[in-house]
Design a protein around this ligand. Structure first.
Ligand SMILES: [Fe+2]
Ligand SMILES: [Fe+2]
Length: 504
């Protein structure tokens, strides 16, 4: 109850900040359109505005309504995004940058060379498919109203008779090429394939241009061919510019795109190279946890790429003192020479050390938070027990991780996968029944200790995770066939048929 009372003003404050961002972005867009009008006709812009007050007012009001539609879309469809000021600012920044780039190409190169699909390609990489399609439609309407109500087209050199047709075809092309861009870029596996997306969007574009300008083919075919050429160039430019601008958005808004996640899980990634070299045991453990976490994320509909990347980095904090962790020890055990309290400190510090290392290396906060949260506030039982045996008494708080508790389902998945991997690795009998027993006890223990209290994971999802882990671990530690120890002599005759040891 107390928590709910505290949470209300927080939501209110966040919503207030989002409203402020909305109005701020609206005025920035008006400023951009005003500057376009001035650049179009630096000497007579004032006369243009004075003589076209009705168009100017229409523009001001329509842009407000378009921005309000974006705001209400997030209010009713995706309230969490609306509460994140940074995400809302990202959406409007995408609109600003795309509008400015389209203006520059249209004004200074050719009206048909505007990279209309660039916005949609960037939106699908940074947001999701639903948002990208919706926002692309808004972007098309925004360009439409800017073309219609400003002096951009009148000063762009287009024949006055064809202006209104061009405005309508531009809107149609933005919608069509952008939506095709969303579908193609949505399945892109590498950054390079974004270039191909631009090429693909040329297909609907060329078809529409052919149909729109059909009567002109015979009368003015040179202009017609150049129009088609510029449209194809614009589509290719959309892919090229999206590819060039994507790293800026990833960096400025710390966004996790599928490309960035794949780059982070490449074995060439700097921290993973270090982990492999300085803590090979932890590196191998992380690879298996990544495999398990990815399967669990797929099973409950979470971001599998993020789960895999977060698992790769969840234990990088062990780099500070790799020999303090069992998986990196050989004959020498550091903990034989120090007090249980000091041992527990070394062990529990790896979560905070990992978080600091990841932030210092500019890894996404989502991944750093998993490193910080993956042990929650669990007790380090082995050293607590050792301390009790040595001194007869010990404070459990000195032998517990610092927290915080997992805040996301990905953190919860990695908490369970991590513990299950370590427990199953130490088991002699890895039959599915035994693995299921261990998974169940690990999940139940964490539930009893309230480790999932701050993330919205459900009982049903925890059951799915348990079943997925049992199935996945059966694949990792599969049952090996006992090979008979048959030996052959020179004449290829069997000389021994005793059943030998497992040699798989
Ligand atoms: Fe850990
Ligand atoms: Fe771990």
């Amino acid at each position: 109850m107390k928590e709910k009372q505290n949470a209300k003003p927080t939501v209110g404050r966040k919503l207030g900040a989002s409203v402020a961002v909305f109005f701020g972005c609206y005025f920035i867009m008006l400023l951009i359109v005003f500057l376009m009008t001035v650049v179009n006709d630096p000497k007579h812009w004032y006369a243009y505005l004075a003589g076209h007050s009705s168009e100017s007012l229409t523009l001001v009001v329509t842009i407000f309504f378009l921005f309000a539609i974006v705001f209400f879309y997030y209010l009713f469809e995706d309230f969490k995004t609306l509460l994140k000021v940074k995400d809302l600012f990202l959406i409007f920044t995408l609109l600003f940058i795309s509008t400015i780039i389209c203006y520059i190409f249209g004004r200074f190169i050719h009206f048909y060379s505007r990279p209309l699909a660039m916005f949609a390609i960037l939106a699908i990489c940074l947001l999701n498919r639903r948002q990208a399609i919706f926002l692309n439609f808004i972007f098309g309407l925004l360009l439409f109203v800017i073309d219609l109500c400003t002096n951009t087209l009148a000063t762009s050199g287009l024949a006055a008779s064809g202006i209104s047709a061009q405005i309508f075809s531009s809107f149609l092309l933005t919608f069509l090429s952008g939506t095709f861009g969303v579908f193609f870029a949505g399945s892109a596996k590498t950054r390079g394939s974004l270039l191909l997306t631009g090429v693909f969007t040329a297909v609907p574009t060329v078809i529409v241009v052919l149909l729109f300008n059909l009567p002109e083919i015979t009368s003015d075919w040179i202009d017609y061919v150049s129009a088609v050429g510029f449209r194809i160039l614009a589509c290719i430019l959309s892919g090229v510019l999206a590819l060039a601008l994507l790293p800026f958005f990833e960096w400025a808004f710390n966004r996790l795109t599928v490309f960035r996640l794949r780059e982070l899980t490449s074995t060439d990634a700097a921290l993973l190279v270090r982990l492999k070299k300085e803590a090979p045991g932890t590196f191998n453990h992380s690879l298996i946890v990544a495999q398990l976490a990815e399967s669990c994320a797929v099973a409950i509909g979470e971001n599998a790429e993020l789960a895999r990347a977060a698992a790769y980095y969840h234990d990088v904090g062990k780099l500070k003192e790799p020999e303090g962790f069992t998986e990196n020890q050989t004959d020498y055990n550091l903990h034989d020479e120090i007090t249980p309290e000091l041992s527990a400190d070394i062990i529990r510090s790896h979560t905070k050390n990992g978080y600091d290392l990841l932030i210092a290396n500019h890894l996404p906060k989502e991944i750093a938070c998993v490193a910080l949260e993956h042990h929650g506030t669990l007790p380090i039982k082995y050293f607590y027990d050792k301390a009790v045996r040595y001194s007869g008494d010990a404070d459990l708080r000195d032998f517990s991780y610092f927290g915080p508790l997992p805040q996301s389902k990905i953190s919860a998945i990695i908490m369970v996968s991590d513990a299950v991997e370590a427990a199953v690795r130490a088991m002699a009998d890895r039959s599915p029944e035994q693995v299921e027993k261990v998974c169940r006890s690990i999940i139940e223990e964490r539930m009893d200790l309230g480790q999932f209290d701050e993330c919205d994971i459900t009982m049903k999802e925890l059951t799915i995770i348990k079943l997925t882990l049992v199935e996945a671990l059966s694949g990792v530690h599969h049952h090996r066939v006992k090979y008979p120890n048959i030996q052959f002599n020179r004449d290829r005759e069997a000389v021994s048929t005793e059943e030998g040891k497992d040699n798989g």
